[in-house]
Write a protein that binds this ligand. Sequence first.
Ligand code: MLT
Ligand code: ZN
Length: 399
Amino acid sequence: VSSAYETDWTGRWHGRARSVERPGSTDEVGALLRRCSAAGVPVTIAGGRTGLVGGAVPPEDGSALVLSTERLTRVEPVDGDEGSVVVGAGVTLAALQRLAREEDLEYAVDLAARDSATVGGMVATDAGGLHVPAYGTTRAQVLGLEAVLADGSVVSRLHGLAKEALGTDWAQLLVGSEGTLAVVTAARLRLRPRPRTLCVGIVGVAGVAEALAVLGVARGLPGLRAVEYAEAPVVSRTHVLVEVAGPVELLAPLDPVAAADDAAGRAALWAEREAATETVARLAAERGDPVHKLDVALPLGRLADFRRAVDAVVPGDDLRVWGHLAEGNLHVNLWGDRDAAVLRLVAEHGGVISSEHGVGRAKVDALPLSRTAAEIALLRRLKQALDPQGLLNPGVLLP
Ligand code: MLT
Ligand code: ZN
């Protein structure tokens, strides 16, 4: 067994796999799950393994096999009339973005792990990323899914009609279910017209309160695509980054310290922010201590108070903060045993303990801070109905 499947990207979550299986088609996934359900063997589902909450790491007892979706890489021709494409779960985000670009279209979800993150994992976690203010999360891109249930049966709705009214939308039920309800094997995803011009601006700020004032101005800009916040020292100066579809002059109301609308200039402005995860990973390696990654969202009206409260709980040396400002989503990266204290602050400020990374194994114990007992009971009933033996992604999501 390759150890790559037994440890997560951060090095914080470890498990033991009984074996690693790499089915090459939906039928092979079905046959594998039929065998597993007959034998009562749990299955951990692994995509690009760039999720940051241990969701693709098998349990420590070695009972589960890892089902890697990496060979599910089918790609159907882009449907230019509908603006959509069917791709296998193992297709990477970068490959999807490339094939959209070849048709002068764009896949709207983008994130720094694009070279590794896969469609299946992004659907299973409802990945958010950088362009949520304009296009929503992965959920908003999913026009249909193909999936294999725990008993090996295949369900497919990939026809791609933009609108249908046929009762409960099972495909949307699977989005964000973190592999606990079914194995997503393919998706029909919405593609959008590619913007002709893009510009990026950086606005220096002292902290969250000032950043929110910048957000207020940014919201008035036509074509707004991204509003990111990053604090020194994970970036060289604390700033808000704004991306807009249009010429750089549109950014004038923000009075940016730097701005660009050519590809190289834009990439340079994004570089520090995009590298934040790797910068912190390097620091963690130097410290010999995996970073604890919290991914929280607060109501915008409470965000500055929350950020100040974090300073009272975590010393600056042990803290790195950045995030997706428009959604009130902060990535609170910390060292030391302070996760519970910060997550309590999140709840006290009316926030949620996971905004885009998911619950995985990392946040299972904290789930009751953001879900009521009645909600958790409902999730358990759904799990029981679809996976009565509890074989799919054991230890993930549900306490
Ligand atoms: C990000 O926005 O940088 C990603 O969610 C990854 C991370 O939080 O490390
Ligand atoms: Zn993020």
